[in-house]
Write a protein that binds this ligand. Structure first.
Ligand code: NIG
Ligand code: FE
Length: 416
């Protein structure tokens, strides 16, 4: 297939973008892209590629933007039920961590998820995946973490593997048994930590299909969840078992999770709202990707966002994600994360686009396959309904995606 007549083709060629290099779009005008066997074969001038490949089935981009599919590197895609009542409680003055401490929050979704069958989990999560895809996300990370006991956590992994198989949206799976202290261990977080290390991580290792790359292991390092020592214990044990690492760090309090991620060679450290200057510097010197989740402070109506400028000043690799989850940010749309990042993290549209594609791919260790439009890479791309890339960020609240292509196949087309 030849997609031609793109007003702007955003290639994002050249790999992940560190520090103030962020925002190099590799823009081509009047451009085309040739796809064969689900892969990108050539990118270049529209007239020239049309002349060279007259018999190739053509798709006319109609003088609009063509860009890589979004990569959403942090989602809690799979859960049962909703927390609409809690949203109302928060607006009436209760905080997120107060609700969690009272046995609600994550723990209320844990209750619903433990009771849900495999089919229910798949059935409730599939429409969210479809919505992500329709908003231009072609690859996403997806976590467990609403089981907090081996059986339900494994059921969540099974549901995620099935969803990955069934949907064109490609998933990178994460085990987040350390998302909260399980209710059975309410007064003894250390015993739950030990249980994760001794029993749950090896159980996941044994259960995981041999023909699949091991999932990431993630920890919620936060007041009221796992402290720094417990987070280190879990991540070090996971590394010993061969799992690649991620961390939820400094969403509310600066416990030091970002520096821990850099020290342990984690693939990403996510949230980073309360991170100290010292830890930002440490992170900036490492290859750990810093993932900002602007939908989360927005969803909680909080004032502070990930300090993007400080991360770029420190030379960090900055990515964006939705954090899609039932508590803080039920948002399937990376375009909205970009719009928020432009306003509250101070990114330009070009920087936010790079953070939502090639750098987001690096945050799930897939930057050799997705996140840019370069020969040899997977043909995951979007035709936007806009003449120039700045419309991303500038506009919000509607879907700017016209066509979604995954591995060379059209998987969504708007009827606008
Ligand atoms: O990334 N902070 C921990 N996990 C999610 C929230 C999950 C929930 O509230 O259900 C987050 O914000
Ligand atoms: Fe999260």
């Amino acid at each position: 297939m030849l997609i031609h007549s793109a007003s702007q083709l955003i290639t994002l060629a050249g790999g992940p973008q560190r520090g103030h290099q962020l925002g190099q779009l590799g823009l081509l005008s009047n451009a085309a892209i040739l796809i064969q066997g689900g892969k990108i074969v050539a990118v270049g001038d529209s007239d020239q590629l049309l002349a060279e490949h007259p018999d190739e089935p053509a798709l006319d981009a109609g003088n609009r933007v063509v860009m890589p599919g979004f990569v959403d590197p942090h989602t809690h895609l799979i859960w049962a039920g909703d927390r609409a009542e809690e949203f109302e409680m928060r607006l009436e003055g209760k905080t997120y961590l107060e609700i969690l401490a009272a046995g609600g929050g994550i723990l209320s979704t844990v209750n619903a998820t433990r009771q849900a069958s495999l089919d229910t989990l798949i059935g409730e999560s599939r429409p969210r995946m479809q919505s992500m895809l329709e908003h231009g996300t072609t690859t996403a990370e997806a976590k467990t973490g609403y089981g907090l006991e081996t059986e339900t956590e494994l059921r969540m992994l099974e549901a995620l593997l099935a969803l990955d198989e069934q949907s064109p949206l490609q998933l990178a799976i994460t085990f987040l048994g350390a998302h909260a202290i399980a209710p059975e261990y309410k007064d003894d977080p250390q015993s739950y930590t030990d249980h994760i290390c001794k029993d749950m991580l090896p159980a996941v290792r044994d259960w995981w299909p041999e023909n699949q790359e091991l999932p990431f292991v993630d920890v919620f390092c936060e007041t009221g969840a796992f402290d720094l020592t417990q987070s280190r214990q879990i991540l070090a044990r996971a590394a010993e078992l061969g799992f690649p690492l991620k961390i939820h760090a400094d969403e509310f309090d600066n416990l030091g999770g970002a520096a821990l991620a850099a020290e342990l060679g984690a693939v990403s450290a996510d949230h980073l709202v309360a991170t100290s200057h010292k830890d930002i510097k440490t992170l900036g010197k490492s290859d750990t990707v810093a993932v900002g989740l602007p939908g989360t402070p927005f969803g909680l109506a909080e004032e502070h966002y990930t300090p993007a400028k400080a991360i770029l000043d420190a030379g960090g690799i900055l990515a964006l994600a939705t954090d899609l989850n039932p508590g803080t940010a039920w948002c399937e749309n990376m375009q909205f994360a970009i719009a928020l990042a432009c306003r509250y993290m101070g990114l330009t549209p070009a920087q936010a686009i790079a953070a939502a594609t090639i750098n987001a791919a690096a945050a799930i260790d897939l930057d050799d396959q997705v996140g840019s439009l370069e020969p040899g890479k997977q043909a995951d791309l979007l035709v936007l309904n806009t003449p120039s890339y700045q419309h991303l960020g500038y506009r919000f609240g509607t879907n700017l995606v016209d066509t979604v292509i995954k591995k060379g196949e059209v998987v969504y087309q708007s009827h606008a």
